[in-house]
Unconditional design. Structure first.
Length: 401
């Protein structure tokens, strides 16, 4: 058999092992690519052919390319001033109600053209890529009008065209109520459903639709359902920001609406978590936001495990509640703050992160999947969760290149 490329002398962390061994490590392994996909993998001694190019991994660990399945990477300005306010004791919710928070970034994002959004987003994207990330989800949600929401999505598409990385775009117009709709939240939700989502769908700019279900600073269940139902009707999968600051029964709502994932879920109740697991939704934990806004109510990971809920980890990269540029740091925070196991954390940035995006063609090392790889100079997989501030990534492959 003739391959395009062959990587050998590596410990393959397949994330596709049998029950009880989810990491599925193959010592002294090799992996081959053809036409951008994995054509074969296994012990080096069993290589069934040759390749036009062979890469010696020098004993390093080779994982599926990491996946950051929840970011708000494209935005204008920053919120360092609000960081100072929170240090002085002002809560995230108080800042939002005073016109700060999401709305302050909305003003800065509306003032930025597409070129400016691409230019500011590129360094953030490169920081993630440098750690072995090969897929990044980028949400809109800082425009809250048709023009800026679509501009954010176009900027995300432009970043994908300019860098060797896969970008999944998510329309999050139902992120907050813009000032021009003050006191008319339901009217704005209707505008999102009737105008913004169809506009994004017509231009093919959105891979999914998200909404912030929160009775105080987001949208209530009826308004959120209005948004998600339109998305489903247009053939777009849906996601949900849920149960971040209080239990709004968002996990159960996500399950009822067939959401790919419900994200944050610190306050999700056990019944809702069980409903998510039955529905196949993924729970996305965002320890960067938990840490940065100094939350104290931990997600009920024990209930999540008992329910059999698949868990993903992501940076939630955004200017207000998680200015985090390191998915590797999220591995450590997920383990130290939420007490995830190493296996749970690593599945959370590979296999389960892919599921949270509805992408079954990545996140594992298996024949037929996309050949997206990350090479790490580590002694054991646990090193990726253990070290703080170390980036051991020595190589990254997207589509076999």
């Amino acid at each position: 058999m003739q391959f395009d490329r062959l990587w050998l002398n590596a410990a393959l962390v397949t994330m596709d092992g049998p029950e009880g061994d989810p990491l599925g490590v193959i010592r002294d392994g090799a992996i081959a690519a053809k036409d951008g996909r994995i054509a074969w993998l296994g012990p080096r001694a069993a290589i069934p052919g040759s390749a036009a190019e062979t890469i010696d991994c020098a004993g390093a660990h080779l994982l599926p390319g990491l996946i950051d399945c929840h970011t708000h990477l494209v935005f204008g300005g920053d919120r360092a001033g609000e960081f100072q306010q929170r240090l002085a004791g002002v809560s995230y919710e108080e800042i939002a109600k005073a016109g700060g928070g999401i709305l302050s970034t909305v003003r800065a994002t509306r003032a930025a053209d597409e070129a400016a959004l691409v230019a500011s987003g590129a360094p953030r994207l490169k920081a993630l890529m440098a750690e072995g990330v090969t897929t990044v989800e980028i949400k809109s949600g800082y425009g809250l009008d048709i023009q800026t929401e679509l501009r954010q999505l176009r900027a995300a598409r432009a970043l994908a065209a300019a860098h060797p990385v896969r970008i999944e775009t998510t329309l999050l117009a139902a992120h907050a109520t813009p000032p021009e709709y003050a006191g008319r939240r339901t009217d704005y939700a209707a505008h999102v459903a009737q105008d913004i989502i169809p506009a994004a769908a017509r231009e093919g700019l959105a891979d999914a639709v998200d909404a912030f279900l929160d009775t105080a600073i987001g949208f209530d269940a009826r308004e959120t359902a209005m948004v998600l139902d339109v998305a489903h009707g247009l053939g777009l999968p849906v996601k949900l920001h849920a149960d971040q600051l209080r239990d709004d029964d968002g996990a159960a709502f996500a399950a009822r609406h067939g959401a790919l994932s419900a994200d944050h879920i610190e306050y999700a109740n056990p019944a809702g978590l069980r409903a998510m697991a039955r529905a196949g939704s993924v729970g996305v934990l965002l320890p960067g936001a938990f840490y940065f806004i100094r939350e104290t109510h931990h997600p009920d990971v024990a209930a999540m495990r008992e329910a059999g809920l698949r868990l993903a980890l992501a940076t939630d990269l955004n200017p207000g509640s998680s200015p985090a540029l390191s998915l590797l740091l999220m591995l450590n925070l997920g383990c130290t703050l939420f007490r995830l196991t190493v296996e749970e954390a690593l599945l959370g940035v590979t296999r389960h992160a892919a599921a949270a995006l509805g992408r079954q063609d990545r996140g594992r090392l298996a024949p037929g999947l996309l050949c997206d790889l990350a090479l790490f100079d580590i002694r054991q997989p646990a090193d990726l969760c253990y070290w703080i501030g170390r980036n051991p990534c020595t190589g990254r492959v997207v589509g076999g290149r």
